[in-house]
Design a protein around this ligand. Structure first.
Ligand code: ZN
Ligand code: ZN
Length: 215
C-alpha cells in the first residue's frame, strides 16, 4: 500500500509505503509530523523508518518530531545530514518554517541497501539539487522515490547553495533514467511518472546529449 500525502506550504509529497493496514511503514520525506501521524493512524500503520531523499526543509521538517513520537530510524545521505540540525543548511527560514533539530540514525551512501517495512531499497546517490540527494529504489515494487532530482517532465532546481547543474544532469540522465523503463518514479512534488516517459520527455536529455557537456 502506497499513500501519497502532500504536506506543508510547498506541497512536498510524503510517501508512506507498507504491506497493508496495521503493518510497519516506511515514511519518505515527512515535512509535517502531524499530517503524517494522521495518515499513519488512519491505517493503523507503525512507522519504523523515515527515508529522507535530501535535506531541504520542505522534506525533512517533520522527521525530528516523528522520530521522537514513534522512535523511527531516520536515514539521510552524509552530505545532507547537517540539514537535520542546522536551520540555515536546510533553508528553514527561507521556506517560512522553524526547524526542530534532530540527528540522523543512519547515514546512507550510494549502493547501500536499506530494509524497511518488509521492503528492500537500494540507495542511488543523485547529487545536483543538493550534494547529498538520493533516490530510494525498490526493485520488487518497480519504483523509486526521487525527491527533487526528477519530476514529471522536469528536474529539480540547482540555484540553491550546493546545487550543481552538471551533477544533476548526470544523476538524472545517467542514473535515474538508466533504471528499467517500467519503473515508476515518485517525485518530491507533483504527479508520478515513469522511466520510459522521462526518457522521451525529460527536458534535460537533449542537453546531456550535446557534445559540450563532456568537453
Ligand atoms: Zn529540495
Ligand atoms: Zn522540495
Amino acid at each position: 500500500m502506497l499513500l501519497t500525502v502532500p504536506m506543508g506550504p510547498l506541497e512536498a509529497n510524503c510517501y508512506i509505503l507498507s504491506r497493508g493496514e496495521g503493518c510497519d511503514a516506511a515514511v519518505i520525506d515527512p515535512s509535517d509530523a502531524g499530517t503524517a501521524m494522521q495518515a499513519l493512524l488512519k491505517f493503523r500503520l507503525r512507522p519504523t523508518h523515515i527515508l529522507l531523499t535530501h535535506g531541504h526543509f520542505d522534506h525533512i521538517a517533520g522527521a525530528g518530531e516523528l522520530k521522537s513520537l514513534r522512535g523511527c530510524a531516520v536515514l539521510i545521505h552524509s552530505l545532507d545530514a547537517k540539514c537535520l540540525s542546522d536551520p540555515d543548511e536546510c533553508r528553514a527560514a527561507w521556506m517560512g518554517g522553524e526547524l526542530v533539530p534532530s540527528e540522523p540514525t543512519r547515514l546512507v551512501a550510494d549502493g547501500e541497501t536499506v530494509s524497511a517495512a518488509g521492503y528492500t531499497f537500494s540507495v542511488l546517490h543523485t547529487p545536483g539539487h543538493t550534494p547529498g540527494g538520493v533516490c530510494y529504489v525498490c526493485e520488487e515494487q518497480k519504483l523509486a522515490f526521487t525527491g527533487d532530482t526528477v519530476f514529471l517532465e522536469g528536474v529539480g532546481r540547482t540555484d540553491l547553495p550546493g546545487g550543481n547543474m552538471r551533477e544533476l544532469m548526470r544523476s538524472v540522465c545517467d542514473r535515474v533514467l538508466a533504471l528499467p523503463k517500467d519503473f515508476t518514479l515518485y517525485p518530491g512534488h507533483g504527479d508520478p511518472t515513469t522511466v520510459a516517459h522521462e526518457r522521451e520527455h525529460n527536458p534535460l536529455l537533449p542537453y546531456r546529449r550535446n557534445p559540450w557537456f563532456n568537453s
